[in-house]
Design a protein around this ligand. Structure first.
Ligand SMILES: NC(=O)c1ccc[n+]([C@@H]2O[C@H](COP(=O)([O-])OP(=O)(O)OC[C@H]3O[C@@H](n4cnc5c(N)ncnc54)[C@H](OP(=O)(O)O)[C@@H]3O)[C@@H](O)[C@H]2O)c1
Length: 139
């Protein structure tokens, strides 16, 4: 799911056959929230009803083509229901990223969404960027 946050409802209403499907949500929000859901991912899950992950929201689509050129696989932070983890992991790996689980959808999805300002601030300094977190022994 990757549309502007304000268009989530109408975009999903236009698609049939989604009920209960696993969902990966990449949406960010930069304006006030007009939905009472705990996160955009929860809003989407309330419509589709399947296991849900939030992934790719802290990565830049404009540099996807360069993922394979990096010295190590960049991370893709994600939060997910247990039943959605396999999908977020596999899609991340297929896209060349090293998926990094930050915890369950609640509160992980909201944490990722609330971190969008930091991602933007970094992008203002670096341009679109990759990132990688590592335990001390790996640096
Ligand atoms: N771009 C990034 O690097 C990036 C990174 C992380 C997260 N995100 C998040 O991903 C989401 C999409 O961003 P984007 O950059 O991909 O935006 P985008 O290039 O403007 O694409 C938006 C897509 O949503 C579709 N759409 C818009 N209104 C719709 C509706 N009412 N029903 C069905 N489809 C609709 C558009 O379809 P049409 O082309 O047919 O209009 C288009 O394919 C946003 O929430 C953004 O914050 C983006």
């Amino acid at each position: 799911m990757a549309v502007a946050a304000a268009h989530i409802r109408e975009a999903l209403d236009a698609v049939a056959g989604l009920a209960g499907q696993p969902t990966i949500d990449a949406c960010n929000i930069y304006t006030g929230r007009h939905d009472n859901s705990r996160s955009l991912s929860h809003q989407i899950q309330s419509i589709i009803g399947g296991p849900t992950a939030k992934a790719f929201s802290t990565n830049f689509a404009s540099i996807y083509a360069q993922v394979g050129d990096q010295r190590v696989a960049p991370n893709n932070l994600y939060a997910a229901d247990d039943a959605a983890r396999q999908y977020a992991e596999q899609l991340s790996i297929d896209a060349g990223f090293a998926p990094l689980y930050i915890g369950p959808l609640d509160p992980g999805a909201r944490l990722l969404e609330d971190g969008a300002g930091l991602t933007r601030a970094l992008a203002a300094q670096l341009g679109p960027f990759f990132y990688r977190y590592a335990p001390t022994r790996e640096f």
